[in-house]
Design a protein around this ligand. Structure first.
Ligand code: CMP
Length: 136
């Protein structure tokens, strides 16, 4: 079933010049770009997006990181897009993510792990409204 999912190419992706590489993997897989925006976010947007993590020990440095420079927010669409994107991204910790995945090939960090993908269709709906409130 065709789905939409919210993807972030986090500030490390932009800083390292990997936007083309990472976006290329999603495009090559066959997912469509429905919306895309380069922006630097403030702490309030980070808190909204990561609402379920704000009380966690790892959140303060994560908040600093995601607000540290421009990131690319996008909505991708395709068959089973939520699960497909998560599989392409790989495990959260880049040191443990399988080779062949974005994090497994390109990240050595649990925090600076290049990408975010919504973890369920319900999260995708919530996150798309936060990042692209005017998207039909
Ligand atoms: P993401 O998929 O965006 O969802 C939550 C983010 O928190 C995760 O990717 C990582 O960037 C970060 N994260 C999760 N767990 C940890 C951790 N144990 N230490 C540092 N950062 C983490």
């Amino acid at each position: 079933m065709s789905q939409r999912t919210l993807v972030l190419l986090k500030p490390d992706t932009v800083r390292r010049g990997l936007v083309g590489e990472v976006l290329g993997r999603f495009e090559a897989k066959g997912l469509s770009i429905v919306a895309m925006d380069l922006r630097t976010i403030d702490g309030d947007l980070a808190d909204q997006h990561y609402a379920e993590h704000v009380e966690r020990d790892f959140y303060p440095p994560l908040r600093t990181f995601v607000t540290s420079g421009p990131l690319v927010a996008l909505v991708l669409e395709g068959d089973e897009a939520v699960e497909v994107v998560r599989a392409l991204n790989g495990a959260t910790d880049g040191r443990k993510a399988a080779p062949g995945t974005i994090r497994g090939d390109l990240s050595l960090s649990n925090r600076e792990n290049l990408v975010h993908g919504s973890d369920s269709p319900e999260s995708a709906e919530r996150e798309i409204k936060i990042w692209f409130p005017d998207l039909p």
